[in-house]
Ligand binder design. Structure first.
Ligand SMILES: Cc1ncc(C[n+]2csc(CCOP(=O)(O)OP(=O)(O)O)c2C)c(N)n1
Length: 636
């Protein structure tokens, strides 16, 4: 029996001797690699914190003590040590363990995460609540150097240092976000402040002080007395101590003995503490150590070689098509700027960054800043294209409203991962953007039916002098040819794709493809439908929709967005505004809930946003004996 197999809770871990812990770390790594190779997941980040997870659980007393893993993508070892070993093979599978931390999954997950940089704020909230309740739990948060580029982390530090509550922040510094970490802070944290550098610096600085006439020797003696001030002066400690934190480190995050000793010491302090640990992303699995960017978030792979199992598809992803179009269009348009929030790979902008380094900006995990930064560039005549996943753009809502839309600035939002994302689940689904964007004055909101239309929408956006957004799905595109000549689409114009008098299907984005499949199936069952690719959620093609609904009053709308405030709602409002009331409509979209993780296809089927759902709904709508619709239909 392995050591890991004996651990059903952290109490079992504590029974192991310190000597056995490195073997346990190896066992954990083996299981993590094995399961991620089958289910996909955040491998490199999780491998990097195995010793840290062991040490934290060895020293602290969870779930009484509260442990928060920022983002939660690196929490696999924590899951294995906290009673989830048996279910670990279900990681990221439908109805299996979530790929991030969830309060609802385990009492050991003190806070739910998925979006970055929240751990210090939530940890501080818990620490304050504990104090009010007169309970003595320790709160330990682990945050990566990438996540430290998010502004909310500093808002948390600022308050924590001020109110001086007992909070332990562990900075997991592996010098990488998903790819190279960016920004002034990352160079500040950089390894140039290594022990050797520190010693050399101390020596030289000491000599320098001593050489100062009169006062030099006194200052030197003072500095020597307060030995740590040297360290604080030249290490990141300076920054964190300015925030009111006691700084420790940097220490080797893979040295279990060292980690446990220092955590044992820190445990007894009653003040805000920052422990800076240095780790290696991908640690212990050579392919991930060699290529941590590739293994940050990975699909299924072969353990022996690290090669991906999925064959490369000849059809590109929407992300790739967007990235290629950016490179192509920027050739003749110097106004085009690309902005990413720490996701050049995920948003397809690597080629753009290489081709136009001066016009490419990675702002760090700082969506709010990225949007306002783009707004600033737009005031100077540039056309910034802000490429952010739908779910992360939620962060920047006020910036979109206040800094972009209020003055109608021409910022373009290229919103990737709109709709169901699959295995990353509830925190990552892009199901709200239609609703949150269409309520903003001056904003245009589009969604392409295929990759050619995606490119046309980028051109449309570049030709438009105001805020404009287009959102596209995760995954392989529709497989149509991208035409050489890129023709912008007239703003607010939909297109009729099929003719038919029985049913009107109004679809947007990816759902158009599903509507066309449904159209074919329905034809075979004797039902003819008009399918409209509406293209715009805002402004809607009100004339087209109004006139069609008058002719074909049985209507289905379909979208990969929540139904509240989404595309279907927009259609209802538009018909109401035109005084059109004589119709019956079913709005297919996501109901009022958060959608769990699972394969995209399964989730689409479960929530009735696929072709089959249209077919079933059509049959219901057209059934003369269906009581629900009879009353409405009687008016036709
Ligand atoms: C608000 C937000 N934006 C973007 C992401 C996507 N993302 C997930 S992990 C990650 C990098 C995190 O880097 P770091 O905190 O250093 O952790 P590491 O993976 O290196 O251990 C990013 C950008 C996110 N989770 N949340």
């Amino acid at each position: 029996m392995s050591f890991l197999e004996k651990i059903d809770s952290p109490a079992d871990l504590k029974r192991l001797s310190r000597n056995n812990l490195p073997v346990l770390a190896d066992e954990i790594r083996k299981v993590v690699v094995d399961v991620v190779s089958k289910n996909g997941g955040h491998l490199a980040s999780s491998l990097g914190v195995v010793e840290l997870a062991i040490a934290i659980h060895y020293v602290f007393d969870a779930p009484r003590d509260k442990i928060i893993w920022d983002v939660g993508h690196q929490s696999y070892a924590h899951k294995l040590l906290t009673g989830r070993r048996e279910q670990f093979h279900t990681l990221r599978r439908y109805q299996g363990l979530c790929g991030f931390s969830r309060i609802s999954e385990s009492p050991y997950d003190a806070f739910s995460t998925g979006h970055s940089s929240t751990s210090i704020s939530s940890g501080l909230g818990i620490a304050c609540a504990q104090r009010l309740k007169k309970e003595k739990a320790k709160v330990i948060v682990v945050i990566g150097d990438g996540s430290m580029t998010g502004g909310i982390a500093y808002e948390g530090l600022n308050q924590a240092g001020d109110i001086h509550k007992d909070l332990i922040v562990i900075l997991n510094d592996n010098e990488l976000s998903i790819s190279r970490n960016v920004g002034a802070l990352s160079s500040f944290l950089s390894r140039t402040f290594s022990a050797k550098y520190l010693l050399d610096f101390k020596k030289e600085f000491g000599e320098f002080l001593k050489s100062l006439p009169k006062i030099g020797d006194d200052i030197y003696q003072f500095a020597k007395r307060t030995e740590d001030s040297f360290k604080t002066f030249v290490t990141p400690g300076m920054l964190f101590e300015a925030f009111g934190f006691e700084y420790f480190g940097p220490i080797d995050g893979h040295n279990l003995n060292h980690l446990i000793s220092i955590l044992n010491n820190i445990k007894n302090l009653n003040e805000p503490v920052l422990l800076h640990v240095l780790t290696k992303k991908g640690k212990g699995y050579p392919p991930a150590e060699k290529n941590p960017v590739f293994f940050h978030g990975i699909g299924c792979f072969e353990v022996k070689t690290g090669n991906c199992k999925k064959k490369r598809n000849s059809i590109p992803s929407y992300t790739q098509v967007f990235g290629d179009a950016m490179v192509q269009l920027a050739k003749d348009d110097d106004r085009i700027i690309a902005v990413t929030a720490a996701m050049p790979e995920g948003t397809g902008l690597v080629k753009f960054a290489e081709t136009y380094p001066d016009r490419f900006f990675d702002v760090g995990i700082a969506e709010q800043h990225g949007v306002t930064f783009a707004a600033g560039m737009a005031t100077e005549g540039f056309r910034p294209v802000v490429a952010i996943y739908s779910t992360f753009l939620q962060r920047a809502y006020d910036q979109i409203l206040h800094d972009v839309c209020l003055e109608g600035l021409p910022v373009i939002f290229a919103i990737d991962r709109g709709g169901i994302v699959g295995e990353d689940g509830a925190t990552h689904n892009g199901l709200f953007d239609f609703s949150y964007l269409r309520s903003l004055p001056n904003m245009v909101v589009m969604a392409p039916k295929d990759e050619n239309e995606l490119v046309r929408m980028l051109a449309t956006a570049l030709a438009h002098n105001g805020p404009i957004a287009f959102r596209y799905p995760r995954g392989i595109a529709a497989g149509v040819k991208v035409e050489n000549e890129i023709i912008p689409i007239p703003i607010g114009k939909g297109e009729i794709l099929t003719g038919g008098d029985d049913l009107l299907i109004l679809a947007i984005g990816r759902s158009v493809g599903e509507a066309l499949i449904a159209h074919e199936t329905l034809l075979k069952r004797g039902i003819s439908s008009t399918v409209v690719n509406c293209r715009f959620v805002k402004p809607l093609d009100a004339d087209l929709i109004g006139s069609l609904v008058k002719k074909i009053p049985r209507v289905i709308t379909m979208e990969e967005n929540v139904r509240q405030g989404g595309f279907g709602s927009a259609v209802l409002e538009c018909l109401s505004d035109q005084g059109i009331t004589n119709f019956c409509m079913e709005r297919l979209g996501i109901p009022d809930l958060f959608v769990e993780h699972g394969p995209q296809r399964l989730i689409r089927s479960k929530y009735s946003i696929d072709a089959l759902a249209i077919v079933h709904t059509a049959e219901k709508l057209l059934n003369p004996f269906n009581h629900h619709y009879m009353t409405v239909s009687a008016r036709f």
